[in-house]
Design a protein around this ligand. Structure first.
Ligand SMILES: Nc1nc2c(ncn2[C@@H]2O[C@H](COP(=O)(O)OP(=O)(O)OP(=O)(O)O)[C@@H](O)[C@H]2O)c(=O)[nH]1
Ligand SMILES: [Mg+2]
Length: 199
């Protein structure tokens, strides 16, 4: 994908109205600190346009990045962030769920899982949600650079088994450090946009 323009167009907090976008949206979900904002930066060809942090809970709003005036990347707040109150957690959960339920332009939800860890109950819930709502799930196994090559195949199996994904589900190993996996993700997004254009 050739990135010509990127713009942080809309930032939604708990009480904000969601934008009525007319271009396809691609959302990135996953637990706090898994690398959503880092992945979005890589997909925008920008170093730190989306804000990232080594302490979890950095993204606390739903951020819509307008790409080339033709599609949106949607950066979601992470779930499973331990340091916030039950009340705040519930509000974020509602906000994410509301977005995922009510977005006619949402075309694909990428679920990010840290390649080093077994998926959590929250990850499984999110995966089931994606499937049950009729989206074709795409799993991105993040932080690939943290593993030795010899460990990768086994780690991917743990991710697959943990989520209970079918053989038809794509799992893309990705590293924000080396950008490995980026082309494959771009290709998926472009194919999806192109198939919409033909409808
Ligand atoms: N080594 C390595 N570190 C990564 C990678 N992706 C993200 N990180 C690091 O992991 C930390 C969290 O990354 P973010 O992109 O902020 O994670 P997030 O999912 O957006 O987190 P929240 O906004 O808190 O939900 C940062 O310190 C990143 O530099 C990766 O592929 N490799
Ligand atoms: Mg973030």
């Amino acid at each position: 994908m050739i990135i010509k323009t990127v713009e942080l167009e809309t930032v939604c907090g708990i009480t904000s109205k969601l934008p009525e976008n007319t271009k396809p949206e691609f959302a990135f979900a996953g637990k706090s600190n898994v690398g959503k904002s880092s992945l979005i930066n890589a997909l925008m060809n920008r170093k730190s346009f989306a804000r990232t942090s080594s302490s979890p809970g950095k993204t606390q709003t739903i951020n819509f990045y307008n790409i080339n005036d033709s599609l949106y990347y949607v950066d979601l707040p992470g779930y499973g962030y331990a340091k916030v109150s039950v009340e705040v957690k519930a509000k974020w959960g509602k906000m994410i769920e509301n977005y995922l339920h009510k977005s006619p332009m949402l075309k694909c939800v990428f679920l990010l899982i840290d390649i080093r860890h077994e998926p959590s109950d929250n990850d499984k819930t999110m995966y089931d949600w994606i499937v049950n709502n009729g989206y074709q799930p795409v799993i991105i196994a993040t932080k690939l650079d943290k593993l030795k090559r010899s460990q990768v195949a086994k780690a991917l199996k743990v991710v697959r088994t943990g989520l209970g994904v079918g053989a038809d589900v794509t799992v893309i190993p990705f590293s924000a450090e080396t950008k490995q996996g980026r082309e494959e993700i771009w290709d998926l997004i472009e194919d999806s946009v192109n198939s919409l254009d033909k409808e």
